[in-house]
Design a protein around this ligand. Structure first.
Ligand code: AMP
Ligand code: TRP
Length: 327
């Protein structure tokens, strides 16, 4: 049976990109294997963040997980920091990743580009090491992520190969599973940039009120010409909206193109806004209910207990394999 594991880091307010690229798929995996979904709060510390913001974001993600239909009876939902084995395993596995390969990580290059060396935390550089530990700690076979995270999963695979060739079949080989439609949702104000929790005009946040969601979509940057056609190079704005539309209505891009053949940009945008609101409004209602009832607290508590029991098995295996005394 497959073990499925993924996480989201609580660095900001979740966006429609997180929803389409990651969150909405987690529920479907519950029928395909044993699912572990966590809040990557230790990863959120890799860039400066206010304590209250971090706490609030973590609560939000817990409530979003439940609102998206994850069933805590079937899925283990937990905070990364509540399971100490993540950090313990990382302390061992970090020795099997090398400076050169970490330096080549696109996410590290993007995030550190504008920073002085003296301001880049070691954790930001070592980010993929903790992420690889997250993955192998549960013997995960499938890691559902958006496209931006596949490079990190590839590095985790390299690490597994390297570790196992030295110590035997200790770690389980994972693979990334990237969604077919919507692996990379772009900003509405600049469709050449990823939608990424940082641009209030171009990002649709899952917590945005319906009026501003509609407004953002209606004023999304579009391209010259008037045809609703999928062409990410010539028409990045329209293509992004087509991606959003087809992902949320569960049809292919070609089907969406056909549906809007001959439509004007304005009518097309209105249809995109309608489908986004149809999805997000009931989702937001469930989210608010879960947050105010506090039911996520019990879920996180039980989740961490279960996760920790599973994690201990792999950690012991690794500790023993590398020669730490375990009697
Ligand atoms: P992060 O917000 O970086 O913790 O990402 C959480 C998950 O959402 C990861 O699987 C990402 O790949 C995915 N994700 C983030 N931004 C986008 C986006 N703009 N389009 C598609 N997937 C995304
Ligand atoms: N790095 C991921 C992101 O930014 C979050 C994450 C941390 C993750 N650990 C993970 C995702 C393990 C999948 C598996 O989106």
């Amino acid at each position: 049976m497959d073990r499925i594991l993924s996480g989201i880091k609580p660095t900001g307010s979740l966006t429609l990109g997180n929803y389409i690229g990651a969150l909405r798929h987690f529920r479907d995996f519950q029928d395909k294997g044993e699912v572990f979904i966590f809040i990557a709060d230790l990863h959120a510390l890799t860039l400066p963040i206010e304590p209250e913001t971090l706490r609030g974001n973590s609560r939000d993600i817990a409530a979003f997980y439940l609102a998206s239909g994850l069933d805590p009876e079937r899925t283990t939902i937990f905070l990364q920091s509540a399971v100490p084995q993540h950090a313990e395993l990382n302390a061992i596995l970090q020795n099997f990743l090398y400076m050169g390969e970490l330096r080549r990580m696109t996410q590290f290059k993007d995030k550190s580009q504008k920073m002085r060396d003296s301001a880049i935390g070691l954790g930001l550089f070592a980010y993929p090491s903790l992420m690889a530990s997250d993955i192998v700690l549960y013997d995960a076979t499938i890691v559902p992520v958006g496209e931006d995270q596949t490079q990190h999963v590839e590095l985790a695979r390299d690490l597994v190969g390297r570790f196992n060739s030295r110590y035997g079949e200790i770690l389980t080989m994972p693979r990334a599973e990237v969604t077919r439609v919507g692996k990379r949702i772009m900003s509405l104000s600049d469709p050449t940039k990823k939608m990424s929790k940082s641009d209030p005009k171009g990002d649709i946040f899952l917590k945005d009120d319906p009026v501003s969601i509609r407004k953002k979509i209606m004023s999304a940057k579009t391209d010259s010409g008037s045809e609703v056609r999928f062409d990410p190079v010539e028409k990045p704005g329209i293509s992004n909206l087509l991606t959003i539309y087809s992902a949320l209505s569960d049809i292919t891009i070609e089907e969406a193109e056909k549906r809007f053949e001959g439509s004007r940009y304005g009518d097309f945008k209105k249809a995109v806004a309608d489908i986004v609101l149809e999805t997000l409004v009931p989702f937001q209602e469930r989210y608010r209910q879960i947050l105010s009832s506090g039911e996520y607290l019990e879920v996180l508590h039980k989740g961490a207990e279960r996760a920790s029991r599973e994690a201990e098995k792999v950690l012991s295996r690794v500790q023993h394999a590398v020669g730490l005394l375990d009697e």
